[in-house]
Design a protein around this ligand. Structure first.
Ligand SMILES: [Zn+2]
Length: 277
């Protein structure tokens, strides 16, 4: 029996701030991609969303698939990709899994929850205990097919991983690869961008045909070659324009001019202010 996958996009939600992005946009979270890897009867969910409301909607989507959810996978520690994990695991009696590095980062994100996540989304994030366990050899099985969590180190945060599904030529890449959305550069200081490039190389070495990125424009396909090339191009432009501009605002406008079609310039602005801080 062969596998299939489906993607649910959680639409952007506003951040709790009146400050606008310099282009006049309201500050928003980027769209979130939630992936369901499906067998005949069972399924594995990758990167559950963040708020109670989003998590309920994703749970209803999983229920509508008619599949038995066995695992909830988190690729990295950013709360927007896992705060709903415990709720979904409880609803479907599934096991939450992640690499040891990601579990460490989950604890770090819980520790900054009051000052960071809840400040951005007051009252919207559920109780989010870290219930994830490290699966044997970073592998799980879906009806006899092997799915592997591949550790790729720093990408848009520390200790990230991707889920490789060889039987679908698929990588569910979390935030290692982006697809039509401004990349989160707030943790890309110092050698952060070089490390991110190595993480992309590691994904490419898996030779996927399809990549589901943690943040994608839903109008775009999952072509792996294109998404990898575009993610690298964004990092290269970041290097070039950082060296050319001495302030966040000029850098922001130059990046926006280079990437006019990417969603959520607010994410770029957040990264720009962090890089010039
Ligand atoms: Zn993310």
């Amino acid at each position: 029996m062969s596998l299939a996958y489906a993607v649910y996009i959680a639409e952007p939600i506003p951040l709790n701030t009146t400050a606008l992005v310099p282009n006049g946009d309201r500050r928003m979270f980027s769209p979130l991609s939630i992936t369901l890897v499906q067998g005949e009867h069972d399924a594995v969910l990758v990167d559950p969303p963040m708020t109670v409301e989003q998590t309920k909607a994703v749970g209803d989507w999983v229920a509508a698939s008619g599949k038995n959810l066995t695992h909830v996978v988190a690729t990295h520690g950013h709360g927007d990709h896992w705060f709903g994990a415990a709720l979904l695991a409880e609803r479907f009696d599934a096991t939450v899994v992640a690499t040891a590095g990601t579990i460490g980062q989950m604890h770090r994100n819980v520790a900054i929850r009051d000052t960071f996540w809840d400040a951005l989304l007051p009252g919207q994030i559920p109780d989010a205990p870290v219930t994830a366990v490290v699966p044997d050899g970073n592998r799980i099985r879906l009806e006899g097919h092997e799915l592997t969590l591949v550790e790729v180190g720093h990408s848009d945060t520390d200790d990230t991983s991707v889920l490789h599904v060889p039987d679908l030529d698929l990588v569910v890449a979390g935030d290692v690869v982006y697809n039509g959305v401004h990349q989160y550069l707030a943790e890309a200081q110092g050698d952060g961008r070089e490390a991110w490039r190595r993480a992309i190389d590691a994904v490419e070495a898996l030779r996927p045909r399809f990549i589901v990125t943690g943040h994608k424009n839903k109008d775009l396909d999952d072509d792996a070659t294109r998404a990898i090339a575009e993610t690298r191009r964004y990092l290269d432009a970041t290097d070039e324009l950082l060296s050319r501009h001495d302030n966040a605002l000029d850098f922001f406008h130059a990046m926006l001019e280079r990437f006019p079609d990417r969603l959520n310039p607010g994410a770029l602005w957040g990264g720009a202010t962090a890089l010039y801080a």
